[in-house]
Ligand binder design. Structure first.
Ligand SMILES: Cc1cc2nc3c(=O)[nH]c(=O)nc-3n(C[C@H](O)[C@H](O)[C@H](O)COP(=O)(O)O)c2cc1C
Length: 335
């Protein structure tokens, strides 16, 4: 009997739990179609960034001012304004196009960190046909005067502002650096999020020794990284029925299955698709089916969360106490 890979994410019925995460591959219609051809259950479009929206608005404002100073009836003014708005407009066009050509759900991604007018794009995403919105909040607190409580409140306000503007479900994509992650995640869900994407990966700066300069250096993920989401999804599954998407470091079927066992509803992948091409999704899905058949699992619903913290005989395996044991064993075995 064929295994049933169907899952529900953010209230959307998906054919399977493998999603293409936001990346350049989900910013072009041709690669989106290739991803659908490879069998992904849904796609998350590349993000529209707050900076893009604000930049366009500032540029537009400058034009308005210039126009006012010179003459209110400047010819050719409006086409120029349209050019300036190409970023956000092109993004809304991408949502519309993706909806036209794909049959899998299309999740649009809004990326930013300040409370402000840019969040109204959430409702424009909805109007353009997005099935859901992924809000990627990235805020690096570098000012010692800003407390962790301030930072968390900033996230909560932002989530509340976006979720109050739309009817479609909103998921929130965050990084792993919170002092009390379960507490924070439950507050994000209380603020209206229907799901969490755990975790975003940040581009770290690097020093380039040859030029003695500093800059960002994007490195694709490594498979080991998936264990960060494994721990937190296993723990969070016991506290919420909201959707949980695992992200970062999933490169093969084994990692995807582990995260579903821990309690993820879906798994998002980017690096492995960038490295190996969109059709790697098909390989992952084939591997997942084979593993489930071997283990005589009939459905994703049956395996989802069966190894979450609440469901394992040794819940501490997901906690730090075991880390010490692992370290001691490691040194005595290898020392
Ligand atoms: C080249 C590149 C571009 C990305 N662009 C976005 C983006 O626009 N929005 C976003 O939320 N995440 C973006 N991401 C992050 C991915 O969606 C994903 O969260 C991250 O790469 C971890 O998953 P992975 O280990 O499967 O790569 C990007 C990642 C890469 C490598």
């Amino acid at each position: 009997m064929a295994v049933d890979l169907r899952t529900t994410y953010l209230g959307l019925e998906l054919a399977n739990p493998l999603l293409a995460a936001a990346s350049p591959l989900t910013g072009e219609v041709a690669s989106l179609q290739a991803l659908e051809g490879a069998g992904v259950g849904a796609v998350v479009l590349r993000s529209l960034f707050e900076e893009q929206i604000e930049h366009e608005e500032m540029a537009a404002q400058d034009l308005f001012l210039q126009g006012a100073e010179i003459s209110p009836e400047i010819t050719g003014f409006f086409p120029e304004l349209e050019d300036y708005n190409a970023g956000p407009d092109a993004y809304l066009g991408l949502i519309q196009q993706a909806k036209r050509v794909l049959s899998v759900p299309v999740i649009a991604s809004l990326n930013g960190h300040t409370k402000g007018g840019w969040t109204r794009y959430a409702s424009l995403f909805e109007e353009a046909g997005a099935d859901a919105i992924e809000l990627n909040v990235y805020f690096l607190a570098t000012d010692p005067g800003v407390s962790s409580a301030d930072v968390e409140q900033r996230y909560i306000d932002l989530v509340a502002s976006v979720t109050s503007q739309v009817k479609v479900p909103v998921s929130v994509k965050i990084g792993p650096f919170f002092s009390s992650l379960p507490n924070f995640v439950l507050r994000v869900i209380d603020a209206g999020a229907k799901g969490m994407v755990l975790f975003n990966r940040f581009v770290q700066p690097d020093v380039f020794l040859d030029e003695l300069t500093v800059g960002p250096r994007l490195v694709l993920s490594e498979p080991e990284e998936a264990r960060l989401a494994l721990r937190w999804i296993a723990i969070l599954r016991g506290y919420t029925e909201a959707s949980l998407a695992a992200n970062s470091g999933v490169h093969d079927a084994a990692a995807a299955v582990k995260l579903l066992l821990a309690g993820a509803d879906v798994v998002q992948v980017a690096s492995c698709l960038i490295q190996r091409g969109p059709y790697h999704a098909e390989t992952i899905l084939r591997g997942m089916r084979a593993w489930m058949e071997d283990g005589e699992y009939e459905s994703v619903a049956q395996l989802r969360g069966s190894l979450s913290q609440r469901n394992v005989p040794d819940p501490e395996a997901f906690e730090r106490a075991n880390y010490m044991k692992a370290l001691v064993t490691y040194t005595s075995e290898h020392g």
